[in-house]
Design a protein around this ligand. Sequence first.
Ligand SMILES: C[S@@+](CC[C@H](N)C(=O)[O-])C[C@H]1O[C@@H](n2cnc3c(N)ncnc32)[C@H](O)[C@@H]1O
Length: 331
Amino acid sequence: MDVLTHPMENRPRYGVILSPRDMTLPISLGVSGGLFSPELPSGETRRVELEIGFGNGEYTVKYARAHPETMLFGVEVSPACVLRCARRAGGLDNLKLIRADARLMMRELFAEGALDKVTMNFPCPWPKRRHAHRRVTARDFADSLAVVLKPGGVFELVTDDGPYAQEARDRLGSHPALALEQFETNPLRPVTTKYERKWLAEGKSIYRLTFVKTKELPAPEHRTWGLMQERKSIMHIRTERPATPGFVEALNGASGQEGEARWAFGRCYASPQGDAFLLEVFSIDDEFEQRYFLRLSERDGGGLVQLDRTANAFLTPSVRGALRDVASRLS
Ligand SMILES: C[S@@+](CC[C@H](N)C(=O)[O-])C[C@H]1O[C@@H](n2cnc3c(N)ncnc32)[C@H](O)[C@@H]1O
């Protein structure tokens, strides 16, 4: 189940899950018509923070409750974790959850200088060399951090993995716009997680690294997926002929690729009348995976291929590619 397609997001007793379709990207908390401007009084002074990889959300929800003066965003790659955290969050209105890969989406999601603080608690250490590229701090993370943090903004990393802490210290500390302010062992933290308490109770160590953005540098060149471009127009394509049961059956397992963007078609569901289909698609851009449905229907004697209403996928190149792929097979 993809949490972003789950109707739960609309129930007030659950937390707020931001669905890509409704997001104004990059998220800017400026007063001029940004996504959150209706909620924010002019001259908004709330701090804006991001937590990466919040897991079951224990820390996240406690933190948001303890800091009503802060607007906290959580970015987590696991849909199940987003759902768990949303359940915990209840009616909190200062916590927004986004299902995305922070490595690839931080700069797509947040405007330059949007964040006062970024926190990451106990990231997956991926100790094997061949998995090193999966560490959140790998790739161009330091550059992204330096762009989305405000001058004076802070990045706090807490880990139980000594080598990970050392690597982050070297990698982030040597960035020209960031400085390591503190490297602490077993700091007292007002908000903790279950795992952290258990780990400490066993006499093991945790490390907290605090980095500060010290300089405003020109934002480095960034590969962007242009998630805002073609936002409306790419959502549907008309085709010469409509889909048929035979057509969708033949698509099962078919795949496509454009550069780094890849997609594959899965199961298909037919409407009771057999004139519309929901086609499951798995997409991957770089390493960011998404699962959603395309809706194939009849329109004016021809066909219509569109992202299903519930899809809520980010319009990355693979999503656009999959849509175009199906349309071209029907033309
Ligand atoms: C070891 S868990 C820690 C969870 C939580 N922070 C805690 O302290 O209990 C790491 C979490 O990071 C998430 N994660 C891993 N890579 C990520 C990425 N690239 N972007 C966002 N979340 C990620 C995982 O899904 C997992 O929930």
